[in-house]
Design a protein around this ligand. Structure first.
Ligand code: GAR
Length: 197
């Protein structure tokens, strides 16, 4: 039985840059599952709170720097050795290098806190997105889960969910609504994609 599990175990590798609420929610969703493991976390910020979460959750991690990510094959080699079934960008703010994108077709996904193609692109992340949504007086916003290609927020859309923006909502209010949507949907979408493989 154990041998079967080792061979059928699906592996998730995470990339994150910040607080790590999505990492936490993904880990909690799959905790206790014998068919899926969170194998590893790559983080580009040595003081990111997500690293505290990773320690508490028992997820092995590594801090990466720009040089090793973009100018060497070190991260690529490590990722290839991990042999992930899915690579999840959970609040990861760097563009994925093209050697990684090309080597994992339809295996790298990202979550974006807006209804793409609105409010996407370089510099559009986290609070910047929510502030732009409020400034534009949008009445609806949401989340987009999409495949990752070599351009910021341009890969094909897998899933979207929306929420209302009220006239009095601040960027913090919008952020809270977005986090609820992320909590509700992101782990389930990952689970579904793994099941479809
Ligand atoms: C999330 O809201 C995610 O959608 C967003 O960063 C936040 C990370 O929060 N991602 C982007 O803006 C990507 N362009 P977390 O670190 O608490 O999971």
């Amino acid at each position: 039985m154990c041998i079967l599990n080792i061979y059928s175990m699906k592996k998730i590798v995470l990339f994150a840059s910040g607080n790590g609420t999505n990492v936490q929610q993904i880990a909690e969703h799959f905790s206790g599952r014998s068919d899926v493991e969170i194998s590893f976390l790559f983080c580009n910020k040595k003081d990111a709170y997500v690293l505290e979460r990773a320690k508490n959750l028992g997820i092995p991690f590594q801090i990466i720097d720009r040089h090793s990510f973009y100018e060497t094959s070190a991260v690529y080699d490590q990722l290839a050795a991990l042999n992930p079934d899915i690579v999840v960008l959970a609040g990861f703010l760097w563009l994925m290098p093209s050697n990684i994108v090309r080597s994992f077709p339809d295996k790298i996904i990202n979550i974006h806190p807006a209804l793409l193609p609105k409010y996407g692109g370089k510099g559009m992340y986290g609070h910047h997105v929510h502030e732009a949504v409020v400034a534009a007086k949008e009445s609806i916003t949401g989340i987009t889960i999409h495949y990752v290609n070599e351009h910021y927020d341009k890969g094909s859309v897998i899933f979207q969910a929306s929420c209302r923006v009220l006239p009095q909502d601040t960027a913090d209010d919008v952020a809270a609504k977005i986090h609820l949507l992320e909590k509700e949907h992101f782990p389930k979408v990952i689970d579904k994609l793994l099941n479809e493989q």
